[in-house]
Design a protein around this ligand. Structure first.
Ligand code: PGA
Length: 249
């Protein structure tokens, strides 16, 4: 049975103090979840939040890591540093990183390898922009993203990755993929994994949906056989909303 998961992505929101308040609320409310629960926080929050959540079922993720191992890279945060905080996951390839910070397939390949080398599990994001969806190119886009950054991995390493399909046109826009659209492309992605790594690896691969997933639409998205959970942005910033999404999984 593959892992079902609800992961939050706080993005660049909340001061450390506000983050501690939210993490404390989640710790109190997420006691016996029926799926894996992860929260992705800014680097600044990681050590404090990981310590706060150490005896809870909630794991912590960074939202990024450097594409270099260590050294003279002012302002960067390495995968080893992330791991040293107690974080277990690292969100990589988010469309905001690709679009605003120029993260290419090659850069992401390096980040994925460094995360894995430091025992972090990448939550690797893929997804098409609106024009690509309108042109019917979503399948070729996600295929190129996988081939460009993760399909070179061994089956063992690939097995540590969580995939997140996030159509860029649905992120933060209030537009959600329909359950049918989500299922269709998740099944396609699982098929690509099967072609590359075989049926068992594909069967075990957790594929999250992200993009305006909220307490109202989560259940119908998660009801699809190939949608294993969600990567949640805006709705992960309020404990009640995030908990309702966890309950829907
Ligand atoms: P959203 O963001 O839920 O606010 O649309 C999702 C994401 O970017 O991971």
């Amino acid at each position: 049975m593959r892992t079902k998961m609800v992961a939050g992505n706080w993005k660049m929101n909340m001061t450390l103090q506000e983050g501690v308040v939210l993490a404390t609320e989640l710790k109190n409310q997420v006691v016996n979840p029926s799926c894996a629960v992860v929260i992705g926080t800014p680097f600044i929050h990681l050590a404090t939040v990981a310590e706060l959540l150490k005896d809870s079922p909630i794991a912590v993720a960074a939202e990024n890591c450097a594409d270099k191992e260590k050294g003279a890279y002012t302002g960067e945060v390495s995968a080893a540093m992330v791991a040293s905080t107690g974080a277990e996951y690292c969100i990589l390839g988010h469309s905001e990183r690709r679009a605003y910070y120029g993260e290419t397939y090659e850069i992401l390949k390096d980040k994925v390898e460094l995360a894995l080398a430091n025992n972090l599990r990448p939550i690797f994001c893929i997804g098409e922009v609106k024009e690509e969806r309108e042109a019917g190119k979503q399948n070729e886009v996600v295929k190129a993203q996988l081939e460009g950054s993760v399909f070179h991995l061994s089956a063992e390493d690939f097995g540590k990755i969580v995939l997140a399909y996030e159509p860029v046109w649905a992120i933060g826009t209030g537009l959600t993929a329909t359950p049918e659209q989500a299922q269709e492309i998740h099944a396609y992605i699982r098929g690509l994994v099967a072609e590359k790594y075989g049926e068992q690896v594909a069967e075990d691969c957790t594929i999250l949906y992200g993009g305006s997933c909220n307490a109202k639409n989560a259940a119908e998205l998660f009801a699809n056989p190939d949608v294993d959970g969600g990567l949640i942005g805006g709705a992960s910033l309020k404990a009640a909303d995030f908990c309702a999404i966890i309950a829907a999984r």
